[in-house]
Design a protein around this ligand. Structure first.
Ligand code: HEM
Ligand SMILES: *[C@@H]1O[C@H](CO)[C@@H](O)[C@H](O)[C@H]1NC(C)=O
Length: 507
């Protein structure tokens, strides 16, 4: 009997211990699994099934099938804004047979900007650029080659290069504004387009083009530019007059650069411009970009920088002239910078102009020239409980995201101080300010663009008394690169002791 009690009680003890052992093992592995399991699962791609993902909500307007197309053609931004209000920060919008998924706001932007090239592809959505940049150049090159071409372009735009570009910008701006004379009225968008193609031709295409071939190149550029019609996005090779002119202009452009390149090589001269960098660049296998490719890269940079910069430069001035308080502070800032540097206008002096910088940035928040950025989904992407399937087009909208009141306080008010160190409204979450895109394909020309626009307004403010004419223009959302609807007039009167008359220029 006592024997039984002993064995029973020792059995109980053993039983308890094994229970404790089993439970703690379960607990331990449970915690371990909680910490590491989702990591392994997601690595194995199993989490998708585990979480039961669904397609993003769809947003539709108007009559079936064509409703969305009509709405989108009428006003793309309004549709996207309504979609966001209705469905939240991710929704799919069907246009004909295409499924377009919008990602709105900093959190959703991460999916777009952190995607790799293998997941989110640019080539197909930017295919309309191929007849302009050329076959085998950038968006027509296989990924590996495209990345090498982008690397070559970024070498031409790296910070150390900016010193000499700024000198060339100042030189062109001073010569250009001297032609304005004592007083008058100008369309600032027209003026800045003319000026920026001059700077571009000097910094990008070099001395030969700027000094001997400028008339010819600007005509060719004009034909290339006119070859980019809204219809060209859908049918880049449609046999229309604009496309024929475009193709002819491209051929002539290549021929022209071939001659310039061969001349430089023959004479053994090296110039301080982007053309030289492209000529001297090499791919990983040691081969040089062909003359055809060099011309293509130059055209690509010209297109990336021309309208974007002239438009942003124009908006910045138009807004500045209509915001007297900020304008006065910008003039003060000029005086402060001049106390240190006098009339010397170079890279360092421009970098001291913080307020002017914020004015450009705030302008880009409200009026980004590129209103929609897109990629094609090659591998499904997961956001929240949604999966964006392969073959969808994903889009983000700098124009819509710049006006989110969850990110920017009073988003419809132009207020450069929101980006100042105290408020830094864009620093609370990454990818809040996306006028220059972001991530691996963010704009390479950002610094160049700021320097150019700051140079232009510095020369103008130091040289003229300026006044706005009429109301602020509205953006023209029908254009490929969205700018102010003309006219964009301002009045100027040369100052008594104008910067234009004070400075001496050395070419
Ligand atoms: C205010 C002026 C400008 C704005 C608003 C702007 C905006 C942008 C945006 C939004 C992108 C990203 C496109 C995408 O993700 O699909 C981009 C890319 C790019 N930009 Fe700019 N840009 C400006 C000026 C310039 C200038 C002046 C240059 C060159 C001189 C330039 C060269 C480029 C290049 C090469 C890329 C492609 C980068 C890549 O794909 O890796 N941009 N730009
Ligand atoms: C668009 O999405 C629907 C599901 O909502 C799908 O049936 C269709 O195949 C998709 N179209 C394309 C072109 O991917």
């Amino acid at each position: 009997m006592s024997q039984d009690v002993v064995s029973w009680s020792s059995n109980l003890e053993a039983y308890c211990w094994s229970l404790v052992y089993v439970l703690s093992t379960i607990l331990f592995f449970g915690i371990f699994w909680r910490i590491t399991g989702s990591f392994f699962l997601s690595k194995l791609g199993l989490l998708r099934e585990a979480k039961e993902l669904e397609l993003p909500p769809t947003y539709h307007e108007g009559p079936p099938f064509i409703g969305n197309l009509i709405a989108f053609a009428k006003g793309p931004l309004n549709v996207v804004q309504r979609g966001y209000r209705c469905c939240g920060d991710i929704f799919t919008f069907k246009v004909l047979h295409k499924n377009i998924t919008f990602l709105i706001g900093p959190k959703a932007h991460e999916i777009f900007f952190q995607g790799t090239d293998e997941e989110l592809d640019q080539n197909e959505v930017y295919a309309f650029s191929v007849p302009i940049f050329g076959k085998g150049v950038v968006y027509d090159a296989p990924l590996d080659k495209r990345l090498q071409q982008l690397r070559i372009m970024s070498a031409a735009l790296r910070p150390a290069r900016m010193y000499s570009y700024v000198d060339q910008m100042v030189y062109e701006a001073v010569l250009f504004f001297r032609k304005w004379g004592e007083q008058g009225e100008v369309d600032i968008l027209e003026s800045l387009s003319d000026l920026i193609i001059l700077t571009a031709s000097r910094c990008l295409m070099g001395r030969e083009v700027r000094e001997q071939l400028f008339e010819k190149v600007s005509k060719l550029y004009h034909d290339l530019d006119q070859g980019m019609q809204p219809i060209s996005v859908f049918a880049p090779y449609l046999p229309i007059a604009a496309h024929r002119k475009r193709d002819k202009a491209r051929e002539e452009m290549v021929q022209l650069f071939r001659t310039v390149i061969q001349n430089r090589r023959r004479r053994g001269v090296k110039e301080d411009d982007m053309l030289q960098i492209f000529m001297d660049a090499s791919y990983r296998d040691g081969s040089r970009p062909s003359e055809y490719e060099v011309a293509g890269l130059l055209i690509a940079l010209l297109f990336a920088g021309q309208h974007t910069s002239s438009i942003t430069g124009s908006w910045t001035g138009m807004l500045l002239l209509r915001n007297k308080d900020v304008f006065e502070r910008v003039k003060k800032e000029q005086e402060t910078v001049m106390e240190e540097y006098g009339d010397e206008l170079h890279y360092e002096a421009l970098n001291k102009m913080n307020l002017l910088h914020l004015c450009v940035k705030e302008t880009l928040r409200m009026y980004p020239p590129l209103i929609l950025l897109m990629r094609k989904v090659l591998k499904p992407k997961v956001y929240k409980q949604y999966v964006i399937p392969e073959n969808d087009i994903v889009m983000v909208s700098p124009a819509v995201s710049g006006r989110l009141d969850t990110v920017f306080k009073n988003p419809d008010v132009w207020d450069p101080d929101r980006f100042g160190p105290e408020r830094a409204e864009d620093k609370k979450a990454p990818f809040s300010f996306i006028a220059f895109g972001g991530g691996r394909h963010g704009c390479m020309g950002e610094q160049f663009a700021y320097l150019q626009i700051k140079t232009i307004w510095t020369v103008l403010i130091r040289s003229f008394d300026l006044e706005p004419v009429g109301d602020l223009s509205q953006p023209d959302y029908n254009a490929m690169v969205v700018g102010p609807r003309p006219p964009c007039l301002l009045k100027y009167r040369k100052k008594k002791d104008s910067f234009l008359d004070r400075v001496a220029l050395f070419a």
